[in-house]
Write a new protein. Sequence first.
Length: 171
Amino acid sequence: MNETRQRIAEHVGANPGVHFNGLVRALDLATGQVQYHVRRLRDEDRLVVEECCGRTHYYPEGYDAWERGALALLRRETSADVVALLLARGEQSPSTVADELDVADSTVAYHVGRLVDHDVVEKRREDGGVRLSAARPAETAELLAAAHQPLPDRLVDRFVRLVDRLLEESA
């Protein structure tokens, strides 16, 4: 196997669910170069490529559809923070999650909606309110550990949260 393909395969193996731009940044390769080698790895069935919420993510063989979706979402800082809070503290209301994470209610609603759609978080109505909990807690905790975000991705997520907060304050 080509050295560049080997580097890509090893990075994806160590960082399942890494998205395309993260792969390009981490390996310091040209976009076209990564596209070419990813296509070859996919054709050789050495790499699984899947789009989730507007980003293309890469996985080594062996992850099922639920795990791939969960990893893709857990690579987003706010989604990961929501899940980590639910795993640590158990069932919570959305407003408590927003307060604890110091983000807007609408930001929590956005991320929770995606997490619920992918069966990572469960949402139920109780006594006129909504309660959130982690679905499949043991498996989710393992995937959360595997999805640790590198600094550039965290900075992008923090910038989005800052813009959300500024827009909310100006409204």
